[in-house]
Design a protein around this ligand. Structure first.
Ligand SMILES: *[C@@H]1O[C@H](CO)[C@@H](O)[C@H](O)[C@H]1NC(C)=O
Ligand SMILES: *[C@@H]1O[C@H](CO)[C@@H](O)[C@H](O)[C@H]1NC(C)=O
Ligand SMILES: *[C@@H]1O[C@H](CO)[C@@H](O)[C@H](O)[C@H]1NC(C)=O
Ligand SMILES: *[C@@H]1O[C@H](CO)[C@@H](O)[C@H](O)[C@H]1NC(C)=O
Ligand SMILES: *[C@@H]1O[C@H](CO)[C@@H](O)[C@H](O)[C@H]1NC(C)=O
Ligand SMILES: *[C@@H]1O[C@H](CO)[C@@H](O)[C@H](O)[C@H]1NC(C)=O
Ligand SMILES: *[C@@H]1O[C@H](CO)[C@@H](O)[C@H](O)[C@H]1NC(C)=O
Ligand SMILES: *[C@@H]1O[C@H](CO)[C@@H](O)[C@H](O)[C@H]1NC(C)=O
Ligand SMILES: *[C@@H]1O[C@H](CO)[C@@H](O)[C@H](O)[C@H]1NC(C)=O
Ligand SMILES: *[C@@H]1O[C@H](CO)[C@@H](O)[C@H](O)[C@H]1NC(C)=O
Length: 837
């Protein structure tokens, strides 16, 4: 690479400056050309194609798709804006950082070029593990031009992660990424702080430890400067559109002489162009009326601190030591600018001032320059450049989860983009049919790798080494999910007993609210007890690997001191158990109960088949099925779960049988041989419980009725099931729906696990039972108005055709587990865990 760069350095217009600057050399990494195998040379740096498995030490995680605007035309890309990487789920780029505790410039380039995927439709968040950088970012309303977002980071750790998180049912993309060290002392430790009450001493926090987000970079009195005109590839725009009154200012004549760089100012502070041009007071010749200011208005974030750098260079004064004027910031602060002193007793010497300015809730920040009334010297004022950066606060609770395990979404995404619309449905059916056949032949416990092995739609599998590595059992906890103990104390008001929403052997569950307003459930083990460490680790490991609309999301964890704390999304409506037994909740209708069962079955099916490893929950019961505000069911509590290929006996013969009595698979109890069919058994008990609204074990009943599973099967066989149905819903149940439902739980409760269906089959049966309940003849008027999230995806006319029915199950789970659910956790709903284990 050096051999390419060397000649360029001499062509480059700053070559003369580069030669005299020894303190800082322009970095050669990281410049990433996303979604491309082409290295793009762009102004003295090379953007490495991220498909190239070269020596560059960055990695990408999460499935994604590559878009190339030239793919059809078959041309090679010449700019970074011709390719993009598209993310349908939370994904990250990870950079190895060599110079830690150094300020880095981080730039993200976006351009919604025309392609098979309409990039304008993307809505997404970008964050690091501690800072939320862009929220609900979209191009829907913006002009069709490349956009660059720039951030300044003091990166302190050896790894730097940038997460791309699509919003619900949308996607994310990026065209190029720059991450490189800035010159030393680029950002000061502190600066004068200007608050609503004026100047207030120095800013109390270290600016260098914050993230700065560039919102305005102005070349006052000059032209637009693009990356090729700047020493650090920055963009500068002219000031004219920010002038409050354009009559007050005129462009100074552009200075062409030598600039006298002094002290902390060098060519990297700002390019020459910025200091050569300026705006000055527009004083009409012969008029004495120079009693006015030049004011610029800038749109900024409300009630937020901003880092501001104001650039000057006196190319205006006719002679030495004649000019003094005022700089006003936000109308509250005045600084007298003595250009001769600041310029170290020379003219044409660039200098700048830094401030931290708190914006008010007008969202406008004013900067003015005006004559110094006291001065009887030359009466003018000028400005050369201005930079405004928002100071971003940490937002820890946003730490994103990466879904490592899924490849199916990628395949589907490609199908969609290649074939589009109607063709998609037909192809999907065929595709699923074959996929399903394949799936049936393979061992039930095997991960569904066959999905990713279909090359027909391929060319896009971009799974990184990291993904594979972590699937193959790297046991390290996901550090991106760590939440400081202090944040948790704050969120739970220091574990206020009023916020307790559940208690059990493991500890206590609190409701919490993070500073950004996100509601969470905080599960804290007894401090210092040391119990349940392996459950704690299992849960973090399992939940950070998987993500599904029907599985409760882990937002973070804390293992500081001797704490074991898990932070989940908050589920507004509590547990399924509460809804079955607690009279303070309204009675669930049969349709609602079926929908909850379908949701939980989806979650379980995803657990078994959707992730690469295959996970067995081991503790399915109504307390572990939670409901969000729309009564959407989510499976929770993965502390006992097991992952790994379930057919390797030795890994699944556990010494201690774990689970909850009444839901425990009798075969597992006897043989201690754990398979996912044990979950199917437990789920069968849950189905019966939902139907009858009585506990799995009720010792107060006659002996043959104590165990619900046995009693339910008996009643089903005797044909008197109606007698044990929850009397509150007895009249609503469509007999056909009940029949299908009864067959389903009976199959689940088979003694021999090989006779039990898979969760996929259970899911289909339940959906069918729901369909029968909803069939027009029996539909109740109030049900037409209830919104049903799952309806969005159903294809009723296809569904009733028996031969296709199984494939639809797969389709639902695929769409759910990948394209939809990934971003679901953005909609943080509430979680309540009542008396879990
Ligand atoms: C980064 O580290 C390298 C090697 O230690 C050093 O040569 C270089 O000057 C550093 N760059 C910055 C910007 O600190
Ligand atoms: C970055 O932050 C660390 C810790 O806050 C500090 O020690 C270091 O000096 C900072 N780096 C720079 C370049 O200011
Ligand atoms: C992002 O947009 C979604 C949907 O429009 C909205 O619910 C959410 O509150 C927005 N988030 C932020 C941080 O603005
Ligand atoms: C892409 O989406 C944008 C925003 O919804 C829309 O205005 C535009 O027409 C779409 N373009 C194409 C080619 O569909
Ligand atoms: C786009 O602009 C329209 C009208 O100005 C507005 O209603 C809509 O919310 C905007 N959409 C986005 C995604 O910002
Ligand atoms: C910026 O660079 C471009 C390309 O070299 C050049 O055409 C343009 O004049 C430069 N702008 C300024 C203000 O010099
Ligand atoms: C100043 O110069 C810029 C760039 O040449 C030009 O666009 C702008 O109109 C000028 N403004 C004034 C007030 O002359
Ligand atoms: C210039 O602006 C400052 C701050 O808004 C104000 O105090 C001052 O009176 C203004 N000067 C003139 C001459 O208008
Ligand atoms: C900004 O702060 C003021 C005063 O503290 C408050 O009244 C206002 O609601 C805040 N505005 C925003 C957008 O937070
Ligand atoms: C900014 O300046 C304009 C014009 O001078 C004035 O109307 C406005 O009130 C000022 N806003 C603030 C927040 O100072």
């Amino acid at each position: 690479m050096k051999s390419i760069l060397l000649p360029l350095v001499f062509l480059f217009q700053f070559s003369s400056i580069l030669l005299i600057s020894s303190a800082y050399t322009l970095p050669d990494k990281y410049f990433i050309n996303c979604g491309s195998d082409t290295d793009i040379n762009s102004v003295n740096r090379v953007f490495t194609g991220d498909l190239n498995s070269g020596s560059v030490s960055f990695t990408k995680q999460g499935s994604s798709q590559v878009l190339d605007s030239n793919q059809v035309a078959g041309q090679a890309s010449t700019t970074i804006y011709q390719t993009a990487r598209v993310f349908r789920q939370r994904s990250l780029y990870e950079f190895q950082i060599t110079n830690t505790s150094t300020t880095y410039l981080v730039r993200l380039h976006f351009f919604a070029f025309p392609s098979t995927t309409n990039l304008s439709m993307a809505v997404f968040d970008v964050s690091t593990s501690e800072f939320s950088l862009l929220r609900n970012f979209t191009f829907r309303n913006s002009t069709n031009a490349p956009t660059t977002k720039e951030f300044l980071f003091n990166i302190t750790s050896g790894k730097f992660d940038i997460y791309f998180v699509p919003q619900v049912s949308s996607f994310a993309f990026v065209n190029a990424i720059e991450v490189f060290p800035a010159p030393e002392s680029f950002i000061p430790d502190t600066a004068l702080h200007i608050t609503s009450s004026g100047s207030n001493g120095n800013y109390y926090k270290e600016i260098v430890s914050k993230v700065l987000y560039t919102i305005h970079r102005i070349n006052v009195g000059g032209l637009t400067l693009a990356e090729e005109n700047d020493t650090l590839w920055r963009n500068w725009v002219p000031d004219d559109s920010y002038l409050y009154n354009s009559n007050t200012a005129k462009n100074g004549t552009s200075y062409t002489g030598k600039l006298n760089y002094m002290g902390r100012v060098n060519e990297y502070t700002a390019p020459d162009f910025v200091y050569r041009t300026s705006k000055q007071m527009n004083i009409v010749d012969g008029s004495q009326s120079n009693n006015f200011n030049i004011t610029w208005n800038f749109r900024v974030s409300k009630n937020t601190s901003h880092f501001i750098r104001v650039h000057f260079c006196d190319t205006v004064s006719p002679s030495l030591n004649v000019l003094t004027f005022n700089l006003f910031i936000a109308g509250k602060f005045r600084k007298e600018i003595k250009t001769y002193d600041e310029g170290n007793y020379q003219l044409a010497a660039p200098f700048y001032f830094d401030f931290v300015v708190d914006s008010d809730d007008s969202g406008i920040l004013n900067i003015s320059v005006g004559p110094n009334a006291k001065s009887d010297l030359e009466n003018t004022a000028f400005l050369n450049g201005l930079e405004i950066m928002e100071i971003m606060e940490k937002s820890v609770s946003e730490a994103p989860v990466i879904n490592n395990g899924t490849k199916k979404g990628l395949v589907l995404v490609l199908v969609v983009s290649v074939l589009g619309g109607l063709v998609f449905i037909g192809v999907l059916a065929v595709f699923i049919f074959f996929g399903r056949k394949k799936y049936r032949k393979t061992n039930p416990g095997e991960p569904l790798d066959s999905w990713s092995a279909l090359p027909v739609f391929g060319g896009g599998s971009t799974h990184s080494r990291v993904t594979k590595k972590s699937v193959n059992g790297s046991n390290s906890l996901n550090l991106g999910l760590k939440v400081p103990f202090g944040e948790i104390q704050l969120a739970t008001k220091n574990f206020d007993s009023k916020l307790v929403i559940g208690k059990g052997g493991f500890g206590t569950v609190y409701k919490g609210i993070f500073r950004n307003g996100v509601k969470v459930a905080v599960k804290r083990s007894q401090p210092g007890s040391g119990q349940g460490l392996s459950e704690f680790q299992t849960e973090i490991m399992v939940l950070s690997k998987i993500h599904n609309r029907h599985l409760v999301s882990l937002i973070g964890y804390c293992d500081e001191r001797s704490e074991m704390i898990l932070v989940y999304e908050f589920m507004e409506k509590g547990t399924l158990k509460d809804h079955l037994y607690d009279s303070k909740f309204p009675c669930l209708s049969w349709k609602q109960r079926l929908e909850i069962c379908v949701g939980a079955a989806r979650g379980l099916q995803y657990l078994h088949k959707g992730s690469d490893v295959g996970i067995i929950h081991r503790d399915i019961k109504p307390t572990n099925i939670l409901l969000d505000e729309n009564l959407v069911a989510k499976v929770a509590d993965f502390g006992l779960s097991r992952s790994g290929p379930p057919d390797h006996d030795q890994t699944h013969v556990s010494t201690a049988v774990k689970g909850t009595f009444g839901y425990l698979d009798p075969e597992y109890f006897k043989t201690q041989h754990l398979t996912e069919k044990s979950d199917v058994y437990s789920f069968g008990v849950v189905l019966l419980e939902v139907l009858c609204a009585r506990p799995a074990i009720d010792p107060s009943l006659p002996r043959d009725q104590v165990n619900l599973a046995d009693w339910g099967k008996l009643c089903k066989n005797k044909g008197c099931l109606e007698d044990i149905v929850d009397p509150l819903i007895k009249d609503q149940i469509n007999p056909n729906s009940l029949k299908k439902f009864a067959e389903t739980f009976e199959k689940c409760l088979q003694e021999d696990s090989s006779d039990r269906p898979t969760m996929g089959d259970v899911l289909w049966d339940l959906e069918y039972a729901l369909q029968l309940q909803q069939s027009p003849t029996k539909r109740e008027p109030h049900e037409d108005s209830t919104t049903d999230a799952s309806d969005v995806l159903t294809l009723p006319n296809v569904r009733r055709v028996p031969s296709l029915s199984e494939s639809i199950v797969v389709e639902d789970s695929v769409l759910n587990s990948d394209s939809l659910n990934i971003s679901e956790s953005e909609v943080f709903s509430q979680l309540r865990i009542a008396n879990a284990r």
